[in-house]
Ligand binder design. Structure first.
Ligand SMILES: Cc1cc2nc3c(=O)[nH]c(=O)nc-3n(C[C@H](O)[C@H](O)[C@H](O)COP(=O)(O)OP(=O)(O)OC[C@H]3O[C@@H](n4cnc5c(N)ncnc54)[C@H](O)[C@@H]3O)c2cc1C
Ligand code: SF4
Length: 362
């Protein structure tokens, strides 16, 4: 329990918070915990911090328009220089035992960490387009994913056909690849890919003004304020064309990629040639979630993400008291919402660690 006089920190109060995952959510949680003078141990399985935006080389983020390497890179640097955050790269948590305020985690490097509470910020895994073979990925070199186009732009190389390096004259972006697709067991909407795709379409048009860009969609979900800045702006200012369609397959005639399907507005078959086809890939549950669930003793949502205990109580509480969750570990999430959840989880974790939580430690 915390010291009733508040004069000397109790043992629990000095124990670090364990934060698992060093993406936007984990970085935000570490910064929030440090900002009240508390220590944390940040465990990241990859060799570098930054999560998907850094590891996958995203270009300009929506809705800020800032380059990922600057925006998320800034979050990384802020944590890297903070002496209250102990960074553990290339590391995972092997075991996690104890009670709220008094846990012990064993890390894969053999270290044992005594911690008051844990925050799971372990994020998501990009949908692997080979699981949608009829749409050409893995068969044709010029069928690529949004992350590959992000990398072409962020590396400064520009948008080019991978087969021969030429500038594409016609690009199709197919939405909902690996999302809203019951046939392959992914019923959820990945929330951000409509906006990301409209943004990429505008970036392609900006770099290659002669290139025609088509977006094939079921519905457009550029939610909230992004409707104006991405959906309408991409059409009115950048002349991106939207086709409401059900895609059947992507093939090749030997020269061009052929997108076949049905225009669902006029109910007619459509067959259109392209130089490049882009899969707007969705957000899968982290492939590690079964292991994370077993190690931390937390329940998973029926679709494989980490389950929240409730929606309106302690933000980010899981089925295990003292273990909180934030960001895309919970489900498809934007960066700014991941950061907000991480700040809330940091508060919950500090309350548990200090022995003052009313709910998260129950
Ligand atoms: C193509 C694409 C483009 C996007 N563009 C935008 C955009 O412009 N704007 C926006 O708001 N959102 C965007 N998003 C969504 C964005 O990627 C997420 O909101 C964000 O990455 C979530 O942050 P996170 O920290 O929760 O998870 P992640 O970024 O997934 O980070 C999780 C971290 O945890 C680590 N980790 C995983 N498992 C373990 C483990 N077992 N042990 C230790 N560490 C582990 C990972 O290595 C990673 O570093 C995009 C998504 C996609 C698919
Ligand atoms: S955000 Fe758009 S592209 Fe992504 S799954 Fe939802 S509807 Fe499909």
């Amino acid at each position: 329990m915390s010291d009733p006089e508040g004069l000397t920190p109790s043992e629990e109060m000095t124990k670090p918070i364990l934060i698992v995952g060093g993406g936007p959510a984990g970085l935000a949680a570490a910064h929030a915990v440090a900002s009240v003078g508390h220590r944390s141990v940040l465990v990241e399985k990859a060799a570098l911090l930054g999560g998907a935006p850094i590891q996958s080389g995203y270009a300009k983020l929506v809705p800020s328009g800032q380059w990922a390497k600057d925006a998320i890179g800034g979050m990384v640097r802020r944590v890297e220089i903070n002496g209250l955050v102990e960074k553990k790269l290339n590391t995972v948590v092997k075991t996690f035992n104890g009670q709220p305020g008094n846990f012990i985690a064993e890390l894969s490097d053999g270290t044992h960490v005594e911690t008051g509470a844990a925050i799971l910020a372990t994020g998501f895994t990009h949908f692997d387009s080979v699981n949608k073979p009829e749409w050409g990925f893995g068969t044709y070199q010029d069928v690529v994913t949004t992350t590959q186009v992000e990398q072409m732009i962020s590396s400064g190389k520009g948008v080019r056909c991978l087969s021969d390096g030429r500038k594409p004259k016609r690009v199709a972006i197919l939405l909902c690849v690996g999302s809203r697709d019951r046939q392959i067991g992914r019923e959820w909407c990945s929330k951000i890919c409509c906006t990301v795709s409209a943004n990429l379409a505008m970036e392609i048009r900006e770099e290659l003004p002669d290139c025609h860009v088509y977006i094939y969609y079921m519905d457009i979900r550029t939610f909230g304020l992004m409707e104006t800045d991405y959906y309408w702006r991409s059409q009115e200012e950048f002349k991106v064309k939207y086709i409401k369609a059900r895609i059947a397959e992507v093939t090749s005639d030997g020269h061009k990629l052929i997108v076949k399907g049905e225009d669902t507005l006029v109910k007619r078959p459509i067959t259109i040639p392209f130089d490049m086809v882009v899969h707007a890939i969705g957000m899968d549950p982290n492939v590690d979630n079964m292991t994370i669930s077993a190690v931390f003793g937390v329940d998973l949502h029926k679709q494989g993400f980490i389950a929240r205990k409730d929606t309106y109580g302690v933000m980010g509480a899981t089925s295990r008291a003292g273990v909180l969750v934030a960001g895309a570990a919970i489900g498809p999430e934007t960066i700014d919402d991941s950061i907000a959840q991480a700040n809330a989880a940091a508060l919950g974790a500090l309350a548990v660690s200090n022995g003052v939580s009313q709910v998260a430690a129950e």
